[in-house]
Design a protein around this ligand. Structure first.
Ligand SMILES: Cc1ncc(COP(=O)(O)O)c(C=O)c1O
Length: 349
């Protein structure tokens, strides 16, 4: 007998996007925000007192809960802090899924979901999106204990309307987790659904909209009954004192946040237009990345040529998406470097 449980022995593990050591690269592969976090974040970190480090942190991050509750128009006990949205996903699998309680989600989507299913030893019911990334009607009929919809979806950047997700929440018997890691770049969110339904959990991340991927901070919004259940599977001190202070400062600085989001949206529009002008097709993105396919050139060959120029984008050699590149929206300068490289490559590959 090996040391590991069978499913761990047999699985491959999640492959995060490559994190190059050099800062001398154009890094458009892991959907980080290209702009720095609010100056209030660095101030909050600088003001940390030794006493805050000597003691254990507040287990529920109350100051953050209060601030996030205010912004989302709910009470503090509707919020739970997590060590990045990824921790909430992991907690949801632990809390809702096992051998007899499957998870379901439309595909292609965030590649962590099947990995968490393997770890948990639960069946993953993958329901394909159509070409336009519409919500597959079959998703409502899987009888899964946990249904996840990533909205905006990664890697497509596309959005499902709130009304359709409301219908899904009403139809299914299990929990609907709406992964809104990228929602800050969209025009609407699903906060209203947690008020209407007992079975909806919303995932939010500070990694993208708030430029804090390195901090590891996210949160759940749900009715207190669901939050209380999730708290049972949470690490006692899942967020440290520095992270709580920094994340609270970030979420309170809504002016800076809105300014950054508008800059990303403006660049997303320009990048999308320019990519189309050089022969790419891409769905309208409401996220901080685009999912592009060249009409004549192979994605893998474009990916390799970009790499030679120290430009990192994301490519998956997976059926259905093997000819697409996911490109994070960078600063104007980064996007210009990418576009001029792509123009050259498209002319020569
Ligand atoms: C769709 C989606 N959900 C959740 C996450 C988790 O983000 P984090 O753990 O950085 O908050 C990511 C990260 O890339 C993501 O792409």
């Amino acid at each position: 007998m090996g040391y590991f449980r069978d499913n761990i022995e047999q699985m491959k593990g999640y492959e995060p996007g490559f994190q190059p050591k050099s800062t001398e690269v154009v890094k458009l592969n892991t959907n980080e925000n290209p702009y720095p976090p609010s100056p209030a974040v660095l101030k909050a970190i600088a003001e940390i007192k030794p006493e805050q480090l000597r003691r254990y942190p507040d287990p529920t991050g109350s100051v953050f809960r209060e601030a996030a509750a205010k912004i989302n128009g709910v009470e503090a006990d509707w919020i739970m802090v997590c060590n990045g949205g990824d921790e909430l996903l992991s907690m949801a699998f632990t809390a809702f899924c096992d051998k007899k309680r499957p998870v379901a989600y439309p595909v292609p989507t965030y590649s962590l979901y099947p990995v968490l299913a393997q770890i948990q030893g639960c069946k993953a019911i993958e329901v394909p999106f159509d070409e336009e990334f519409n919500l597959p009607s079959k998703l409502a009929r899987t009888k899964a204990a946990l249904t996840i919809v990533c909205n905006p979806n990664a890697p497509s950047g596309t959005v499902i309307e709130t009304e359709e997700l409301a219908e899904l929440a009403a139809e299914i018997k299990g929990v609907l987790l709406i992964d809104e890691a990228y929602v800050d770049f969209a025009e609407q969110n699903c906060t209203e659904l947690v008020k209407q339904f007992d079975n909806v959990i919303i995932l939010r991340s500070l990694s993208k909209g708030y430029s804090l991927a390195g901090l590891r901070f996210g949160y759940a919004i749900a009715k207190p009954t669901l939050i209380e259940g999730l708290l049972k599977v949470k690490d006692s001190y899942n967020e440290d004192a520095i992270a709580i202070a920094a994340a609270t400062a970030a979420i309170k600085d809504q002016d800076y946040f809105k300014e950054t989001i508008e800059k990303v949206k403006a660049e997303r529009k320009r990048l999308s237009e320019q990519l189309r002008a050089i022969g790419f097709t891409l769905p309208e993105s409401l996220s901080n990345f685009v999912f592009a396919e060249h009409t004549t050139r192979k994605a893998k060959s474009i990916f390799d040529k970009l790499l030679e120029r120290n430009i990192y984008v994301r490519y998956w050699d997976l059926p259905g998406i093997e000819n697409k590149l996911r490109i994070s929206v960078g600063t104007k300068e980064q996007n210009d470097t990418l576009l001029s490289a792509l123009k050259e490559i498209a002319a020569t590959v």
